[in-house]
Design a protein around this ligand. Structure first.
Ligand code: NAD
Ligand code: UDP
Length: 333
């Protein structure tokens, strides 16, 4: 297939680009590099630097590169920033998706797989969370993902664009080859921040809240390996290509680990003592987010290969050890 990957220079997008190239798909990447890295894009893919909010850029791109479908990652995704700058998030995440949809419709492209998030659920009433659970985001970031999903529902009805929304839980790890991995700036995710301690880049890791109603008082999350996420995008695109109906799928391992358990596992994997400090809760954090991915298994035939937290953290550690400055040492940040 010929696939346009919007946001394909980012963490998850670059892993999907590589997986698509590996199976012989023809891949075009569109990315404005606001948080992504040019070096993360597989050399077999064609790269266009530009912004999905730019009608002219996208319309020329669709003309030059006829594609069968789009996989869409391009968004801002810092929960804390979304609380202080919500309109920035609506403008890029919702506005960018609107322009992308308009240009897809103009170009006659009728299939899209896109990144949603566990953040659409907010504080869940039940875990593991099924796709039918109420969506009540606790921050503007999650709200923009919910709005995007609704936009796709209405656009499908009006224009016949089939979509798959993938609600990821906590993406982490790096591909086995060691060429690409996580390099967010600023970094806000727990596992890379924990690993910055043994890398000598941070004295200690903060634990955001120790009074949650969980096994050890710290937040519990479902950590899912980035290459398992990547495979789900390929399956979702195949599903649409085979006439599958538009739908929403959770992607997680179905097992929750607390912040303390993540830090303890990182100590074991790295062999380094990792200092921690207890600090207050981070605004907008639900206590427990654990996915039921039964639907993705049943409908898409998806399975996750990396279920042990030790292995997931070991793959992240291998990347960070080999690239302590992320993609910076390879030319630019
Ligand atoms: P990322 O920031 O590494 O990747 C996003 C990419 O999109 C970057 O390369 C960025 O340069 C690009 N981009 C942003 N706005 C753009 C625009 N207007 N035009 C063109 N390119 C643009 O983030 P990620 O961690 O890889 O996440 C990818 C997607 O998955 C995001 O939509 C995010 O909300 C979602 N998500 C991520 C996680 C996670 O744990 N990382 C969890 C759930 C959902
Ligand atoms: N967290 C933490 N210290 C940090 C970063 C994160 O205690 O320095 C916690 C955070 O409060 C959440 C969990 O780790 O409960 C996972 O956070 P992350 O930002 O990685 O992902 P999120 O669950 O917010 O998508």
């Amino acid at each position: 297939m010929r696939i346009l990957v919007a946001g394909g220079a980012g963490y998850i997008g670059s892993h999907v680009v590589k997986a698509l190239c590996n199976r012989g798909d023809s891949v075009v990447v569109a990315d404005n590099l606001v948080t992504g890295h040019r070096q993360a894009v597989d050399r077999r893919a064609k790269f266009y630097q530009g912004d999905i909010r730019d009608h002219g850029f996208l319309s020329a791109l669709f003309q030059a590169e006829p594609v069968d479908g789009v996989i869409h990652f391009a968004a801002y995704s810092l929960v804390g920033e979304s609380v202080t700058a919500p309109l920035k998030y609506y403008e890029n995440n919702v506005g960018g998706t609107r322009v992308l949809l308009e240009e897809m419709i103009r170009a006659g492209v009728k299939k899209i797989v896109f990144s949603s998030s566990a953040a659409v659920y907010g504080q869940p009433e039940q875990v593991p969370i099924e796709e039918t659970a109420p969506t009540c985001p606790t921050n503007p970031y999650g709200e923009t993902k919910r709005v995007m999903e609704q936009m796709f529902r209405w656009a499908e009805q009006a224009y016949g664009v089939g979509f798959v929304s993938l609600r990821y839980f906590n993406a982490c790890g790096a591909e086995e080859g060691g060429a690409i991995g996580e390099d967010h700036r600023p970094e806000s995710h727990l596992i890379p921040l924990v690993l910055q301690v043994p890398l000598g880049k941070r004295a200690k890791v903060s634990i955001f809240g120790t009074d949650y109603p969980t096994k050890d008082g710290t937040c519990v999350r479902d950590y899912i390996h980035v290459t398992d996420l990547a495979q789900a995008h390929l399956l979702a695109m195949d599903y649409l290509a085979q006439g599958g109906k538009s739908d929403i799928f959770n992607l997680g391992n179905g097992v929750g680990f607390s912040v303390r358990e993540v830090i303890e596992t990182a100590r074991r994997v790295t062999g380094h003592p990792i200092d921690e400090e207890e600090s207050g809760r981070r605004a907008g954090d639900p206590a427990v987010l654990v996915a039921s991915s039964q639907k993705a298994r049943a409908v898409l035939g998806w399975t996750s290969c990396h279920t042990a937290l030790d292995d997931i953290i070991a793959s992240a550690w291998a990347w960070h050890q080999a690239h302590p400055n992320g993609f910076e040492e390879e030319g630019r940040s």
